[in-house]
Design a protein around this ligand. Structure first.
Ligand code: ATP
Ligand SMILES: Cc1cn([C@H]2C[C@H](O)[C@@H](COP(=O)(O)O)O2)c(=O)[nH]c1=O
Length: 213
């Protein structure tokens, strides 16, 4: 069986975690081996970088470099080996999050992010010039006001969760731009619905792409 790389995106509180576990169970029930992982993180080195990026104040370039450094380690140590073994990788966030949070939220230079994307996602298994990208990105599209309501009081906010709603409006707009640039890779799920309906929409999108049978 060939490997499959799915990423899950959306603003904080959009509902990714709620559905990733259920999807992993559905895929395992169909005989697939599933690796559940996340960014920033997924390896000991990347988890340390995550702790810095989510908790320490830093300038936007430093933040972007930490995200991509964590990603490089995660790709080489976890994602690429799993894909080579023919497994399914379910990754809670990937590079679209950098374009959304550092590019949209922070207003950091998109051209620099594109350069880092090319460096980091060039991997030995792919011919020169081709980048490792998710086969499909599920984008949980939720209005920031609804996300804020869902997260209010739920936990101690990290550096990003503590940002004002205007930050998340920019993040959401940047996700929409990324999806527009590569519509074939994105599955948009309307996340402002009851959990069961979000799951039904996700399941149906995955069926129509042959990922769930
Ligand atoms: N469809 C829904 N309707 C109402 N509440 C929901 C729905 N989906 C998830 N929630 C709740 O919203 C909160 C955020 O959900 P979840 O943790 O799945 O989001 P997330 O996208 O993984 O967030 P983060 O990226 O910040 O970790 C949780 O309390 C969850 O129970
Ligand atoms: C990959 C990535 C993530 N972020 C931000 C987005 C979230 O606020 C946190 C991760 O927390 P989660 O609960 O695991 O979703 O990090 C970012 O700013 N840039 C990135 O590239």
């Amino acid at each position: 069986m060939s490997g499959l790389f799915l990423s899950f995106e959306g603003i904080d509180g959009a509902g990714k975690s709620t559905h990733i576990e259920a999807l992993a169970a559905a895929l395992r029930a169909r005989g697939r081996t599933v690796v559940l992982t996340r960014e920033p993180g997924g390896t000991p080195v990347a988890e340390q970088l995550r702790a810095l990026a989510l908790n320490e104040a830093m300038d936007p370039l430093t933040e972007a470099l930490l995200m991509f450094a964590a990603r490089r380690d995660h790709l080489l140590q976890v994602i690429e080996p799993a894909l080579a073994r023919g497994e399914v990788v379910l990754c809670d966030r990937f590079t679209d999050a950098t374009f959304a949070y550092q590019g949209g939220g922070r207003g950091f230079d998109i051209a620099v992010l594109e350069t880092l994307e090319r460096w980091v996602q060039s991997v030995p298994a792919l011919p020169a010039g081709r980048l490792r990208q998710p086969d499909l990105t599920v984008w949980f599209d939720l209005p920031p006001a609804v996300a804020a309501q869902r997260l209010s009081g739920a936990r101690v906010p990290d550096k990003f969760e503590a940002q004002p709603q205007a930050f998340f409006e920019r993040v959401a707009a940047a996700y929409a731009r990324r999806a527009q640039q590569d519509p074939g890779r994105f599955l948009r799920v309307q996340a402002d619905q009851p959990r069961e309906e979000v799951w039904t929409e996700l399941e149906s999108g995955l069926r129509s792409r042959g990922i769930l049978t």
